[in-house]
Design a protein around this ligand. Structure first.
Ligand SMILES: CC(C)(COP(=O)(O)OP(=O)(O)OC[C@H]1O[C@@H](n2cnc3c(N)ncnc32)[C@H](O)[C@@H]1OP(=O)(O)O)[C@@H](O)C(=O)NCCC(=O)NCCS
Length: 138
């Protein structure tokens, strides 16, 4: 397995994986254009796992100079429980540490078992508003 930075040619495969895992929410947040914006963002780490030339998983997060926040890991359902999530988690943590991060948070909409396996504990709530215009009538 190869872990490498996201490339624009990975978009289609990642959309398919996110949809299969029911992690494809809003087009403007999870869609192809958003992936290309993340790719251009200096603060972001956007990794893919590739096996035999096929994308089988992805991980995405940001380090803002103080805190690292992992937004998502998503593995092709056919490839889950074969160690891919672990390798992506370890690589993105390594990248954040190299930038200076001393801790890492993760947003987890579903099960917490995988994260607990690697020592994450549930702490603060994450609160969400969408669309952003609802904030003070922007
Ligand atoms: C959760 C997910 C990222 C884990 O990746 P994975 O490649 O399937 O997991 P791995 O094979 O790397 O598992 C590594 C370890 O975590 C454990 N683990 C994996 N998924 C687990 C779960 N749901 N509950 C408890 N433990 C889990 C494995 O048993 C393994 O432990 P071991 O080394 O002691 O055997 C992946 O299954 C996935 O994409 N799920 C759907 C989307 C999702 O929920 N993403 C996370 C929220 S962003």
């Amino acid at each position: 397995m190869v872990i490498r930075d996201f490339e624009p040619r990975d978009v289609e495969a990642i959309v398919a994986i996110l949809k299969a895992n029911q992690q494809y929410g809003h087009e403007e947040i999870d869609g192809p254009e958003a992936m290309l914006r993340v790719h251009q963002c200096q603060a972001a780490e956007f990794l893919v796992a590739e096996e035999d030339g096929h994308v089988v998983g992805m991980a995405r997060g940001v380090y803002d100079g103080s805190r690292a926040l992992l937004h998502i890991i998503s593995i092709d359902p056919k490839r889950q429980r074969q160690g891919t999530g672990k390798v992506l988690l370890c690589e993105i943590a390594k990248r954040f540490k190299a930038r200076g991060a001393t801790d890492m948070a993760v947003t987890v909409p579903g099960e917490v078992g995988f994260w607990q396996r690697y020592g994450f504990r549930v702490t603060t709530r994450i609160m969400l508003i969408h669309p952003i215009e609802k904030v003070c009538d922007l």
